[in-house]
Every structure is written in structure tokens, then in C-alpha cells.
Design a protein around this ligand. Structure first.
Ligand code: ATP
Ligand code: MG
Length: 402
């Protein structure tokens, strides 16, 4: 298949291209069709006795010629036009975007919404970004693994897990690949990454949360949790630069220093509290930086497997992009007794974690990693006003179809 973009380079050649009817003008003897594929639009002229409608799909055989009338200076003189498919109903979404549609309607007719180049671009960039992530890690000796997303027990406890029927039993959809990526590293796969969905049964409907999202995970053998932060900083810089944005130095702040800063600015927060989305916004307003780490969160507000630093704080961090958390990471506990205590302290059921604890009894390297939400990242990168814009067919509290 020759794309419309390629056709522009093929002057005087006879070619075959396909696309949707973007516009149709009938001047009687002569007709103009603006044909569109995902690489662009081109004018087609024909003398055939033909009537087409917007979004009909055509194949055109013709010669690429220079033209004074075509806006681009080039058009196709059609020799043959084949109508592959006709539009059968009134278009519920305007594919040119000139007539705006409700977001709900756009998502219902996502296949039409996608015909707008700026919407298609989100998914082209998403593909670029995930492959940048992948290549960056492959070049540094990581391997991609694919742990199962159907689990016998909720990975981190908590209510926000989807329960599914599994033959005669129940299973759970993975909220994160956490325990399994750790077991891969304990198994001797020293540097692993994952690009798979996570499922969260969060009931709230926010512009930052999906019930199914793509998580970009890393788990690796480390000396220090700063090793993970350095890697995350580098890979995120590369993902941002891929779309031609400049990245400044990524500063690191401690949790304690940020809480004190918020207090100085009159925010109602105490040491020990987790940051709400409002806090995250306020921090961005105060710091006026696009990318920064906050590290050393209180152990109590992090997942049970997080390595403590001292009695109060942990070897954990979050990465913020334009004022929104995009990634969380930490060094993990590798001592089995400490890990067991952490599970019990949080009131989790120790029996759910027996398979996991078992892995810590046969030699464990110090290790750590992170999880980054691909759609969160994309939302901030492209300035989208709702995370659903970054998911082809988003799943939320009310949306299961299409
Ligand atoms: P938040 O507090 O922002 O809701 P979290 O701290 O619960 O997120 P983590 O468990 O730390 O999320 O997950 C790691 C990353 O995965 C987050 O930083 C975020 O980018 C992404 N993520 C988590 N939950 C969701 C979700 N429901 N929808 C989209 N992305 C998510
Ligand atoms: Mg987090």
C-alpha cells in the first residue's frame, strides 16, 4: 500500500491509494475528492459520473500530477475509483472535529473519533513512548517479562481489586505485577521490565484514574534505592525528549522538606499524611518545576514490602510530572522476618503471601524498582485534560463497552 504521504513524492507516476472521503465537491463535469488516510490528505480529480459522501472509503488508481488548483500544489488525476464501502448512517461524530462532540459520544464512537489526526496522534505518540521505554531498557541489558495478571490472591491486599470467577474458585486481577517481578529478580533475572495492564477496582471517577491502565514496571538488583531513581530519571527524560521537549535537571526533595514547605504556605497537612491530588498540585505551584522526585515517605503510608530507612521513613520515592504523580518506587525488603512483620503489622493475611515469603528463604539480592503509569505520563506530556484521552477504549466505573 502506498500512503498519501508517500504519494506526494511520486510525481508523474501511476499509483493506487486508499482512504476516506474527507470532502467532495461536484462541479458538474469535473469532481474533486479530498481523500484522507492516517498520513494526510490529497486532492483527487475525476471526470467519472460519481457521487460520494464524507467518510465513504475509496481506492483510487491515478497519476500524481502538479496542480495549480490543489492547495498542496499536487493532485491525483483519477483513472479509476473503486468504492470500498459507503457510509450508511448519519455520522454521530464529526471526523473533522469542526463540530465538537461530547466526550461520552466520542468514546462511544471511538472508531470515528480516531479519524481526527490529533486524536490518532495521541496513540502514535503512545506507541513511540512505550517503545522508547522498551529500547532504553533493552540497551541497558534488561529483559522484558510477562507475569500472569490472574492471581490467586490480591497482590497487595486492600479492597481495590477485581474478583473474577476461575473455574471452581475465585481469582483476582493483578493490581500490579509487584510480587511477581520481585520473584523474577530473586530467581536471578537481575534486571527486568514489564509493559502490561494493571487492574484497580477504584470506585471513584477521577480524571487521573482508570480501572485498567498500562504500567511500565522495572525491578532490578541494586546497591541503593538511588540506583532506581537514577534509572527512572534517565528513562523518563528520554521518553519526554522523544516528543522534542527539553528536560531540565530533575531535583530530589525529601518528604519531610515538602510537608514543611506546604505548612509554610498555609496548607493543612501533618508529617505522616500522604499527599492528596490537591497537595500534589500545590507542591507544583510552589516549586514551579515540571519534574521532581520526592523521596523518603513514611514507611506507614507505603506498601508493606517497602524497605525502611529508619524508625519513621522508608527508602521510597515518587516521581511527579507537571504536578501529578506518574511513578512510585522503592527499595524492597529482602529479609524474610522483616517482611513477615510488615505484612502482619498492616493487618494483611499472612497465608495470602506464603508463596511470596517462601521466595525469601533461599538467598535474596538487595533489589528495588518502580511502576509508572503510561497513561498518566502521556496525559501530562500532551496536556490532556482527562486520562481517558490516553486510553483507546478506557475502562471506568460506568464504561465497559466498547
Ligand atoms: P495515586 O495515589 O496517584 O492514585 P497510587 O500511588 O495509588 O496512585 P501506585 O500504586 O503507586 O499508584 O502505582 C504506580 C503508578 O501507576 C502511579 O504512579 C500511576 O502513574 C499509575 N497508576 C496507579 N493507579 C492508576 C490508575 N487507577 N489509573 C491510571 N494509572 C494509575
Ligand atoms: Mg504511588
Amino acid at each position: 500500500m502506498i500512503s498519501i504521504k508517500q504519494a506526494y513524492q511520486m510525481i508523474d507516476q501511476t499509483i493506487q491509494i486508499s482512504g476516506f472521503v474527507h470532502e467532495f465537491r461536484n462541479l458538474g463535469k469535473i469532481k474533486f475528492i479530498i481523500l484522507r488516510d492516517w498520513t494526510g490528505t490529497i486532492q483527487v480529480v475525476t471526470k467519472e459520473d460519481i457521487t460520494v459522501n464524507r467518510e465513504d472509503h475509496l481506492t483510487v488508481i491515478g497519476t500524481v500530477v502538479k496542480s495549480n488548483i490543489a492547495k498542496s500544489g499536487i493532485e491525483i488525476k483519477a483513472e479509476k475509483i473503486i468504492i470500498n464501502s459507503r457510509v450508511k448512517k448519519k455520522l454521530p461524530v464529526d471526523p473533522t472535529g469542526i463540530v465538537p462532540s461530547d466526550f461520552d459520544v466520542r468514546l462511544k464512537y471511538r472508531f470515528l473519533d480516531l479519524r481526527r489526526p490529533e486524536i490518532a496522534n495521541i496513540f502514535k505518540i503512545k506507541s513511540d513512548v512505550i517503545n522508547t521505554y522498551r529500547n532504553f531498557l533493552l540497551n541497558r541489558g534488561f529483559i522484558e517479562i510477562h507475569p500472569s495478571l490472574i492471581l490467586g490472591a490480591a497482590s497487595e491486599g486492600g479492597a481495590e481489586v477485581f474478583k473474577v470467577e476461575y473455574f471452581e474458585r475465585h481469582a483476582y486481577l493483578a493490581q500490579s505485577p509487584q510480587l511477581y517481578k520481585q520473584m523474577a529478580v530473586i530467581g536471578g533475572l537481575e534486571k527486568v521490565f514489564i509493559t502490561m495492564p494493571i487492574y484497580r477496582a477504584e470506585k471513584h471517577n477521577t480524571i487521573y484514574h482508570l480501572n485498567e491502565a498500562i504500567s511500565l514496571d522495572v525491578e532490578m538488583v541494586i546497591n541503593d534505592y538511588k540506583d532506581v531513581m537514577n534509572l527512572l530519571a534517565e528513562v523518563v527524560k528520554e521518553m519526554i525528549q522523544k516528543v522534542n521537549y527539553e528536560v531540565d535537571k530533575i531535583n530530589i526533595y525529601s518528604y519531610e522538606e515538602i510537608v514543611n514547605l506546604l505548612k509554610e504556605h498555609g496548607v493543612n497537612i501533618e508529617i505522616g499524611d500522604d499527599f492528596s491530588k490537591e497537595h500534589e498540585k500545590k507542591i507544583y505551584e510552589i516549586l514551579e518545576q515540571d519534574l521532581y522526585f520526592i523521596e523518603g515517605f513514611p514507611t506507614r503510608i507505603r506498601a508493606f514490602y517497602t524497605m525502611p530507612k529508619d524508625d519513621m521513613y522508608s527508602k521510597s520515592f515518587d516521581l511527579f510530572f507537571k504536578g501529578l504523580e506518574i511513578a512510585s518506587g522503592a527499595q524492597r525488603i529482602h529479609d524474610v522476618d522483616l517482611l513477615e512483620n510488615a505484612i502482619i503489622e498492616r493487618g494483611l493475611n499472612i497465608h495470602d503471601f506464603e508463596f511470596y515469603l517462601e521466595a525469601f528463604k533461599y538467598g535474596v539480592p538487595p533489589h528495588g524498582g518502580f511502576g509508572m503509569g503510561l497513561e498518566r505520563f502521556l496525559m501530562q506530556l500532551l496536556g490532556l485534560n482527562n486520562i481517558r484521552e490516553a486510553m483507546l477504549f478506557p475502562r471506568d466505573r460506568t464504561r465497559l463497552i466498547p
